[in-house]
Design a protein around this ligand. Structure first.
Ligand SMILES: *Cc1c(COP(=O)(O)O)cnc(C)c1O
Ligand code: SF4
Length: 320
C-alpha cells in the first residue's frame, strides 16, 4: 500500500506556475505585465493561501508576500545577496553559529511557501549531502551549546521519521537543553501538524519551543489556530515589518491581539533584512518606531514583540 502523507499530498498541489495563478486570480493582461515570470526564486504557494487573495488586484497582504512582481528587480544601495554575512558564521554546511549558547541548523532548503522578502532567498543551501553528521559532530564538540534552533528552509519540510531521527541524535548530546523550531509551515499547510508530529514533539526529552512566522492576521484562520493548539510546546511568533502587508497600526495591533487571543506570544518584529529583490518591502525605522510607540499605549506588555534588526557581526539581535 502506498504510504500517502496528507500534508505532502496537499503540498504537491501548491501553485508553482505563475500563469495558472494569474488565471486563478483572474488578472488582466496589464496586471500580468507586473509579474516576474522568470524569477530565480520561483512561485510556491499553497492553495489555501491563494484562496485568501482577492481576485483582479495586485494588492493585499497575501498577494504581496508570495507573488513575484517585477518590483523585485529594483536595485537599491545596501541591498545584497548575503546582508547578514551568514556564510562567515557557517562552521559546517548546514549550521550557522553566531550567538553564544545557541546554534542554528538548516536541515532543509524546502518550504511550504516561498516568501518574496525571504532573507535566505539567495542562500546556497547544502542539498547534496543527506544527513547531519558534520553538524552533529560540531554540536557534540562545542559543550557551550544549550539550544539548537531548527530553521531553514522550513524544518517541518522534513518527514516525521527524519525529524524523529534528528531529535534522537540531539537528545543524546548531554550539554543540550532545548530545541527550537522556527516554522511557517502551519500557516500554509496546517495539516502538517499531524498526530505523528505531535507525538514526536511530546516524546522528545529536550524542551521544545515552537516559533511560527506570521505577518498578517488573515494568515491566522480557524484551521491554522486549531492546528497550532495541538502543538505541545510554548508558542511564539516572529513577524517582519513589510510595506504593503502590515505597515499600519491597525494591522499590527490586530495581528498581535489575535496571537495573544490564542496563546501565542509575539516575540520579534523584524526590520526587513536588506536582501536583494526585497527593497520594495522596506519600511523606514522611523515609521516602525512610531508604530511601536503607539502600540505600547494600547497593548499589554506581553502582546508587544521586540522590534529588532539583525546586524552582521553582532552577538545578538539589535533593538531598533
Ligand atoms: C536570530 C538567530 C538566532 C536566535 O536568536 P534569538 O535572539 O535567541 O532568538 C540564533 N542564531 C542565529 C544565527 C540567528 O540568526
Ligand atoms: S518560510 Fe521562511 S525560509 Fe521559507 S521562504 Fe518563507 S521566510 Fe524564507
Amino acid at each position: 500500500m502506498p504510504n500517502t502523507v496528507l500534508w505532502r499530498e496537499i503540498q504537491r498541489h501548491n501553485f508553482t506556475s505563475l500563469k495558472s495563478l494569474a488565471d486563478f486570480l483572474e488578472l488582466t493582461p496589464t496586471q500580468i505585465k507586473e509579474l516576474d515570470l522568470h524569477s530565480l526564486f520561483p512561485l510556491n504557494l499553497p492553495r489555501r493561501l491563494a484562496q485568501k487573495i482577492p481576485k483582479r488586484t495586485l494588492d493585499g497582504p497575501i498577494f504581496r508576500q508570495f507573488v513575484p512582481l517585477i518590483d523585485e528587480k529594483i536595485e537599491k544601495v545596501g541591498f545584497s545577496c548575503d546582508p547578514l554575512s551568514e556564510n562567515q558564521a557557517r562552521p559546517t554546511p548546514k549550521l550557522l553559529h553566531k550567538y553564544n549558547e545557541r546554534a542554528l541548523m538548516l536541515p532543509t532548503s524546502g518550504c511550504a511557501m516561498n516568501c518574496r522578502y525571504c532573507f535566505r532567498r539567495h542562500f546556497a543551501y547544502e542539498t547534496n549531502k543527506p544527513g547531519f553528521e558534520e553538524e552533529l559532530a560540531y554540536i557534540r564538540a562545542d559543550t557551550s551549546l544549550r539550544e539548537i534552533i531548527l530553521s531553514g528552509g522550513d524544518p517541518l519540510s522534513l518527514s516525521n521519521p527524519n525529524l524523529a531521527t534528528l531529535f534522537t541524535e540531539l537528545e543524546q548530546i548531554p550539554h543540550l537543553r532545548r530545541i527550537r523550531i522556527h516554522t511557517r509551515f502551519p500557516i500554509g499547510i496546517p495539516e502538517r501538524i499531524d498526530q505523528e508530529l505531535v507525538d514526536i514533539l511530546k516524546a522528545c526529552s529536550l524542551q521544545i519551543w515552537f516559533v511560527i512566522h506570521c505577518n498578517h492576521p488573515t494568515e491566522l484562520d480557524v484551521e491554522v489556530l486549531e492546528a497550532l493548539k495541538r502543538v505541545p510546546a510554548p508558542l511564539l511568533c516572529h513577524s517582519v515589518l513589510l510595506r504593503g502587508v502590515n505597515d499600519s497600526i491597525q494591522t499590527l495591533k490586530a495581528l498581535f491581539e489575535r496571537l495573544v487571543d490564542h496563546g501565542i506570544t509575539p516575540y520579534y518584529l523584524y526590520q526587513l533584512d536588506p536582501i536583494a529583490g526585497a527593497a520594495h518591502f522596506e519600511v523606514s525605522e522611523e515609521r516602525g518606531k512610531a508604530f511601536m510607540e503607539e502600540l505600547t499605549l494600547h497593548l499589554s506588555g506581553y502582546a508587544l514583540p521586540k522590534y529588532v534588526r539583525e546586524i552582521a557581526g553582532q552577538g545578538s539581535k539589535t533593538p531598533v
